[in-house]
Design a protein around this ligand. Sequence first.
Ligand code: AHR
Length: 504
Amino acid sequence: MPNAYLTLDPHFTVGGVNRRLFGSFVEHLGRCVYDGLYEPEHPTADAEGFREDVLELVRELGVSTIRYPGGNFVSGFRWEDAIGPKDERPARLDLAWHSIETNHVGIDEFASWAEKAGSELMYAVNLGTRGVQEALDVLEYTNIRSGTKLSDARIANGRVEPYGVAMWCLGNEMDGPWQLGHRSADDYGKLASQTAKAMRQLDPSLELVACGSSSAQMPTFGAWEHTVLEHTYEDVDFISCHAYYEEIDGDTGSFLASSVNMDHFIESVVATADAVGASLKSKKKINISFDEWNVWYVSRYHNVDKITDIESWPIAPRLLEDSYSVVDAVVVGNLLISLLKHADRVTSASLAQLVNVIAPIMTEPGGATWRQTTFFPFALTSRLAVGSALEVKLESDSYDTKVYGEVSTVDAVATHDAENGKTAIFLVNRSQDAPTTVTIDVSHLGDVSITETHTLADDDIYARNTLDDQERVGLKPNETAAIVDGKLTIELPAVSWTAIALAR
Ligand code: AHR
């Protein structure tokens, strides 16, 4: 049986775990909003038309910040279409997803829903077909108390208190040729800088995100971040990263090592940002908002889902409704480990997306809602990862992959809360053949005991939860864990994700 060794020391920390690492993303795409979180005819719908059963699962998932309303959608969105009396709101073409947008949900409805979910709203402005003025208008509508045209319009629409939106994305994936209003890095950098300066003239405390690359595979990756930050360095707080992973041609070994790519992506963007900062002789550090990440079978969207008939664009079609397996959930758990390992610089992240669309939560119109496999590592990590991320020392067997070369069989991270002495350890076993025994030196943590263990694994690594079998896959306690003389040992099944909680 392969082995791995881990040493934890609470004195060696990477950085504080920001709650915003456990954010998500709601886009007007497919059935994420309509027939997802909003379904006025559903038996559990509240007075505003929101499904209570979905809200309960969102709370259980432990989602901090929610990015809204897109995504590619936002680059053609006119926010003012989606305020005021619903029967007066115009239906519009959504060019991004070839759908009809009814505008029945807009900023007022979504902000109210986010409050019910206990989540912070992070708003993306349209820098595709629009620009500085639109950004200022929506900011006035959401954040100004009263006495101006747009703040009074919000009050007239039923919301007296301003929403106080703190975090704003300056457009979405502006490097992508598919994006409405796609620009060069130079043009986008100038527009983002002007927009940021204008928004900060209204409120200097806003936290602003400039668009980084849509993925590390983009031909302009690296150069894009460099140029955009040269224009925006002193105007923004974050640069965004987006990454999606999928199993291609049955190469499970490489897929299981997706976090190697995420680690490298983060470290490259940090290096680029710091290089720009150094050349500008700035004291400021730019952090990363990893505001789209997940497993996404993109090829299925292009080959099966994509709407090509220009005569009949549907309302809320079934798009990007990936059904996630155990191996997908192990990868998601490992991507969370990667985010935590970089907690000093990745201070905000959004699992893309939240409901129905590449989502941990699925719904059926008029029917059930259920947890996908990916729900479990996210919910557990969000609940247990508190305090600071620790710099763990890991020694592990390795295996060879087609895409990433030699990678470690086990990956791990830990968090420690100095105030209450609680520690959490998150581990994956990427081996497809064998369990791995991990020995963890916990002696530096004092006299600790195990309070919880949870493992996600299955004899069938492609098992999933579906409408017909909603609880096929779940977490199980890991009975192999034990501490003897300051050493914790645990057996991790092949292709598995595990969380361990310790207390003093
Ligand atoms: O999350 C799905 C899409 O992926 C988003 O709309 C876009 O920003 C990204 O390419």
